[in-house]
Design a protein around this ligand. Structure first.
Ligand SMILES: Nc1ncnc2c1ncn2[C@@H]1O[C@H](COP(=O)(O)OP(=O)(O)OP(=O)(O)O)[C@@H](O)[C@H]1O
Length: 288
């Protein structure tokens, strides 16, 4: 969808960071409201935690994002709104080019929208400096990408530890947290392995553990199982859902895989930059 150039916000043009591709670059470190109660009821899984009375851990409010496109602007996100409560998973589906990665990039504060509000764990991000946004990302947001992008020379434990060393925590605490998280993702016995000594599914588990290292309130996950076979993908998804509940993260999961939808508390669909409750039906829940 292309709109005239003068409809674009000038704020957006200040963003040299403003590219969906910039989501991937942080890996080395980390219409109206569509989620009204009727919509939520239509898309909630039976096992979903009750709607919270506390503010959502992630709030996108009436977000519009445009990119330069020739003489005009392309509207990647068209007045989208999304509430993600702590301890719940919101799946976002939609065709290629519909705006899913743009949504994640805005939620991650990597891209500043033309208009609308992003609130992360109660902190409004509008007006934050670049450094303040980087600190918010480091402390409150975990990001899991399609490809783990682990550092080849580091062990699993070290992949996690470098994240926290950046924050100047005590090494002993950092090591203990890395071990605890590797155990939580089922890799207690793989802490000393390097990426080439791990399977694809195990690498993605390290990736997830790394994203949780700084106890994020918000977990943004982009097609985490695209490089995995069905069985390993299902195991990684179960893990993500379990960790979301256990650690009370507000998790947004961008996915093409309908099998992922059974586990989601809320299913939203992107189409031409607009977000609404998904028309798709859930696949039957997997039997254990
Ligand atoms: N940096 C950019 N500059 C210009 N246009 C962009 C930029 N990034 C994305 N777009 C455009 O914005 C629209 C939404 O792209 P986005 O990557 O968010 O979609 P997507 O749903 O994630 O697609 P896919 O599933 O293929 O990854 C597309 O039309 C895309 O071409």
């Amino acid at each position: 969808m292309t709109t005239p150039a003068n409809s674009a916000s000038s704020e957006n043009s200040e963003n040299s960071e403003n590219s969906v591709n910039s989501v991937n670059s942080v890996n080395s470190v980390n219409s109206s409201h569509s989620t009204n109660s009727a919509d939520a009821a239509a898309t909630s899984a039976p096992s979903a935690p009750a709607a919270t009375t506390t503010p959502p851990s992630l709030l996108l409010d009436d977000i519009t994002l445009t990119y330069p496109d020739g003489d005009g602007r392309l509207t990647a996100l068209d007045r989208i709104s999304l509430d993600v409560p702590a301890g719940t998973v919101t799946a976002v589906v939609g065709p290629s080019g519909s705006g899913k990665s743009s949504l994640l990039a805005v939620a991650a504060t990597l891209v500043t929208p033309d208009s609308g509000r992003v609130v992360v764990a109660g902190t409004p991000t509008q007006g934050l400096s670049r450094a303040e946004k980087a600190a918010l990302r480091r402390e409150r947001i975990g990001i899991v990408f399609q490809q783990p992008n682990l550092l080849p020379s580091l062990t699993s434990a070290e992949q996690l530890q470098v994240m926290a060393h950046l924050d100047g925590r005590k090494p002993r605490q950092v090591r203990a947290r890395a071990r605890e998280l590797l155990a939580a993702v089922g890799l207690a016995d793989k802490a000393d392995r390097r990426p080439h000594q791990l399977s694809g599914g195990q690498r993605q588990r390290v990736n997830i553990a790394r994203a949780l290292m700084n106890e994020p309130a918000v977990l943004l996950v982009d097609e985490p199982t695209s490089a995995l076979d069905h069985e390993r993908g299902a195991a990684v998804l179960d893990l993500l859902v379990g960790l979301t509940r256990e650690r009370a993260t507000a998790t947004v999961l961008v996915t093409h895989d309908r099998a992922h939808l059974a586990a989601a508390d809320q299913i939203m669909e992107m189409a031409d930059g607009r977000l609404g409750p998904a028309a798709v039906t859930r696949a039957p829940a997997r039997t254990p």
